[in-house]
Design a protein around this ligand. Sequence first.
Ligand code: FES
Length: 101
Amino acid sequence: MPRVTFLPAGRSAEVAPGTSLLAAAGAAGVGIPHNCGGVCACTTCHVWIEEGGEGLSPVGDEEDDRLGEAAGLAATSRLACRAAVGGGDVVVRLPGNRIAS
Ligand code: FES
């Protein structure tokens, strides 16, 4: 199964293809804020993809629109509740060192 690693915490989890990065973070013990509950209505789950972005699900119109409101927007930006893991490993960088308690 693909491995998703979250930086800067350095925690990772193996998840099934189709799993969102938000769910993968939970599996890795990394808390990503998701104020809207994961329905693409906020930008609190904004992350940057450092490796493996080409294997993620494509950016849809809804995500693209919402990402335009994200602080620190970059070419590698994704919303963790929208981006789903494909067949390959992924390295994700969070805006802060968020570790679930
Ligand atoms: S949790 Fe709100 S857009 Fe992802």
